[in-house]
Design a protein around this ligand. Structure first.
Ligand SMILES: [Zn+2]
Length: 246
């Protein structure tokens, strides 16, 4: 069995033609979990295994696609319930989006179950959330299936203490909103640099690092990748819709 990581978007708050904001789809042959909802949702909408959605925090670039996801799933004839896991603040936003578009009053709407962000299993995918240092109510997650492990921090400042369950991931996906020359500003805004991202990969003994939540400038992304690669050679920037099989 394999665990597939599909990068639906890799950008930070600013989109570009080539990429939406950061979100990902984690899939085994039978089940999928969508992590954050931005603009590129077709892969999730047409995935028959989609069992759950995780919203990592309440910021707009992580949640704005949610009502459209529900609408598209409904139009596509979904009948099965969908579980939505999020920290309390983000769950409040999700509830408001559901209400704003009267999604539950649509004829034949499938059940939407809002759940606190505890550990859960979606079929053969086990998700363990962990607190991050970003909004005060933000989280990252560890996804495991058949001995494979992915750690996704979503947006965060450098994480001071890591859980032992995060160690030795096959893939670490973490943000690099800039390079270390902008470190002070990044940290003030709740983010981290490419150097911080690479140092986390070293601390966790990750096999591979994917940098996300990136600026919309190719030059800046090149600097970010160069800086990360100096610290952690197995660093990469994913292409939108690129799939990583582990
Ligand atoms: Zn954020």
């Amino acid at each position: 069995m394999s665990l597939a990581v599909r990068i639906l978007g890799r950008n930070g708050s600013l989109q570009e033609r080539a990429s939406s904001n950061t979100s990902l789809l984690l899939s085994t042959p039978s089940h999928s979990v969508l992590v954050d909802c931005s603009g590129n949702l077709q892969e999730a909408v047409h995935d028959p295994g989609l069992a759950a959605v995780v919203i990592t925090h309440e910021h707009i670039d992580h949640v704005y696609g949610f009502p459209s996801l529900i609408h598209q799933l409904w139009l596509s004839g979904r009948m099965e319930p969908l579980k939505v896991y999020a920290p309390e603040t983000a769950l409040g936003i999700v509830q408001k989006l559901i209400d704003a578009f009267s999604l539950l009053s649509k004829k034949g709407m499938f059940p939407i179950e809002l759940c606190p962000a505890d550990a859960f299993s979606a079929g053969d995918i086990n998700i363990t959330p962990f607190r991050t240092d970003h909004t005060g109510d933000s989280l990252g997650l560890i996804a495991e299936a058949d001995g494979k492990r992915v750690v996704y921090t979503s947006d965060t400042r450098p994480i001071a203490s890591v859980m032992k369950e995060m160690s030795s991931p096959d893939i670490l996906i973490t943000e690099a909103s800039g390079d270390s020359s902008a470190e002070e500003i990044l940290i003030k805004k709740g983010h981290q640099s490419s150097k911080d991202a690479a140092e986390l990969a070293v601390r966790l003994a990750a096999k591979r690092l994917l940098l996300v939540h990136l600026p919309d400038s190719e030059d800046e992304r090149r600097t970010i990748l160069n800086e990360a690669s100096m610290v952690f050679p197995e660093s990469g920037i994913p292409e939108p819709l690129e799939v990583f099989m582990i």
